[in-house]
Ligand binder design. Structure first.
Ligand code: BTN
Length: 286
């Protein structure tokens, strides 16, 4: 039942508010510094700009854990050059700045970490049970409710900084989306039948992010990989992977230690896919 547009409630019209977010934060550094805008071209773009245009020693340069938020985006960026539809006042558009001391090939794991945290925050607030469609789609009942776009600055094979851009369809009325993306998209409000407090959700996401990130820094990739494997609905499925110059059909077997997808092709070859678009197939599909 989509009564969301017809019956706006107090929460629906509630704006993002840094004081309210801080009330629910349990973190030391993630989300402690919030840059909140009414409108941006893209929160990732703003984060890149803040990092690029100020030297790391400048006190105005965002610290690790800084969070850029916008009520709307005019040029929200999706993966593979796509547009992320970003209407005002209903969703979350967030970019986290992290500076982990890791080698460049490990960076995609942080996308997986963010995906796990989005799923955990949604579950903690709503009892919905999101899953992850590799590499970075957060799904509920087979429909996409959130996506992640990671942009990294690499210097001499090491990560200089990472921008984890997260878009979550929270109180979005799906009927307002362009027709071509509507069938595969959902929002938390659509799933629950009532609106969700965006300030609470972003605070919970910060809390999950800090716990998982510190665990990753202290214990390495094993714990996050274990959770990522258990939440990734792609594993065990027959898939078609659209690569730039060819398609690959096979069974998604596992994730490697960098979060890449290992596919056993129908010719029984093993292939490792680092990025690309995945289509889940039925077993009888070719
Ligand atoms: C995808 O699934 O294609 C990734 C979508 C990522 C969208 C978010 S919204 C906040 C951040 N700023 C952007 O411009 N994109 C990301």
């Amino acid at each position: 039942m989509k009564t969301i547009r017809q019956q706006p409630s107090a929460e629906l019209s509630q704006t993002l508010d840094t004081l309210k977010i801080h009330q629910d934060l349990k973190t030391r550094f993630i989300g402690r510094s919030i840059y909140l805008f009414t409108e941006l071209d893209s929160t990732n773009q703003a984060a890149l700009y803040l990092n690029l245009h100020q030297p790391p020693t400048d006190p105005r340069t965002p610290q690790e854990g800084a969070l850029i938020l916008a009520e709307s985006q005019t040029q929200g960026k999706g993966r593979l050059g796509r547009h992320w539809v970003s209407p005002p006042g209903v969703n979350l558009y967030a970019s986290f700045i992290l500076r982990p001391t890791i080698e460049a090939p490990q960076a995609p794991l942080l996308t997986g970490l963010a995906a796990v945290c989005v799923a955990r925050a949604i579950e903690a607030l709503s009892r919905l049970k999101p899953t992850i469609k590799w590499p970075n789609d957060i799904m509920i009942q087979g429909k996409k409710t959130a996506g992640i776009l990671t942009e990294a600055s690499i210097r001499r094979e090491k990560v200089d900084y990472l921008i984890l851009g997260i878009g979550i369809n929270v109180n979005l009325d799906i009927d307002t989306l362009p027709q071509d993306i509507r069938p595969n998209a959902t929002s938390l409000a659509q799933q629950l039948g009532h609106p969700v407090d965006r300030n609470k959700l972003i605070a919970m996401l910060c809390n999950e992010m800090e716990t998982a990130y510190l665990e990753f820094l202290n214990e390495g990739s094993d714990p996050i990989l274990k959770t990522l494997r258990s939440l990734t609905e792609t594993l065990g499925k027959k898939v078609r992977v659209q690569l730039p110059h060819r398609n690959l059909v096979g069974w998604a077997e596992d994730l490697n230690t960098q979060g890449a997808l290992i596919i056993r092709t129908i010719e029984s070859q093993r292939e490792t896919v680092y990025s690309g678009d995945i289509i889940h197939l039925r077993n009888e599909d070719a």
